[in-house]
Ligand binder design. Structure first.
Ligand SMILES: Nc1ncnc2c1ncn2[C@@H]1O[C@H](COP(=O)(O)OP(=O)(O)OP(=O)(O)O)[C@@H](O)[C@H]1O
Length: 258
């Protein structure tokens, strides 16, 4: 299965190349991690993939269809996006925020959700452990609770391509494991999942495929344990680390900065 293909993408901002000739695949049926140090260009590249900005050059395709040329509604029928910092939906309830995910699936004349849509919304909240918050005003939630609701909104969209920018940054460790497990389940069901991630041990454990971005360029792509080698951790992240065998597979033990 083809999934997402990023081909020779250039993105300029402020008069300089932020992403330069990025080329990689996020295959369908896999969780692909996009990793790299602060400022590497991960969010910028993601903003082009989800259609927030147009790349200056290059191709972005999903299952062979050109994402750049797609209209908003068509793209929303395929791709859901969970932003790094959640925007404030001030007066909406939690259930209303998640219901926004159903909009691409509603007919143009619809005035509200159908029963099936409401079931999808309730299930999405259940999956992220937020069902009991359905009636709460979104703005009263904690950062981690808001992040879970945004993930639920993306799940309610039932996307073929799910793109998440650091979806676990505000989550406690249990919620991180639950969300990453959930994403693994979506991929196993045939979905394409791409997520920017800082925790390389979580990337090792939960990603099937890894893309490393450094200074706007893809410097490595492959299976996590083959990509996250000691020399790459030193050259890209500037850290000394050892890969040691943990009970559930390899684990990175950090030793210091280069
Ligand atoms: N409008 C802009 N003008 C100039 N530089 C910009 C602009 N927007 C972003 N940048 C720069 O582009 C680089 C990439 O930013 P981006 O947010 O994509 O990185 P990132 O890999 O997501 O980083 P982080 O891990 O810190 O979230 C950074 O150095 C940032 O300062």
């Amino acid at each position: 299965m083809e999934g997402l293909r990023v081909g020779g993408v250039n993105i300029r901002r402020g008069g300089r190349n932020i992403v330069a000739g990025a080329q990689f695949s996020a295959p369908a049926g896999k969780v692909t991690g996009l990793v790299g140090p602060n400022g590497a260009g991960k969010s910028t590249l993601i903003s082009a993939i989800v259609g927030i900005e147009r790349p200056e050059a290059g191709e972005l395709t999903f299952e062979g269809a050109n994402l750049v040329a797609m209209g908003r509604r068509e793209r929303a029928g395929i791709c859901a996006y969970v932003e790094q910092s959640a925007s404030t939906e001030e007066r909406l309830s939690v259930a209303d925020v998640v219901a926004l995910g159903r909009i691409p699936h509603l007919p143009a004349w619809a005035v509200g959700l159908g029963t099936d849509d409401e079931t999808v919304v309730a299930e999405a909240l259940e999956k992220v452990g937020m069902a009991r918050f359905a009636g709460r005003q979104f703005s009263t939630l904690s950062g981690g609770e808001q992040q879970r609701v945004h993930i639920a909104r993306a799940l309610a969209q039932e996307p073929k391509l799910l793109v998440l920018d650091e979806p676990t940054s505000h989550l406690d460790i249990r919620a991180q494991l639950q969300v990453l497990h959930l994403l693994g389940g979506l991929a196993k069901a045939g979905g394409t999942v791409l997520l920017a991630l800082h925790d390389l041990n979580l990337a090792l454990r939960f990603c099937d495929w890894l893309v490393v971005l450094d200074a706007g360029q893809v410097v490595a792509e492959g299976r996590p344990a083959e990509v996250l080698r000691e020399d790459l951790l030193a050259s890209v992240y500037g850290v000394y680390a050892r890969l040691i065998e943990g009970p559930g597979g390899p684990v990175i033990a950090y030793e210091g900065t280069v």
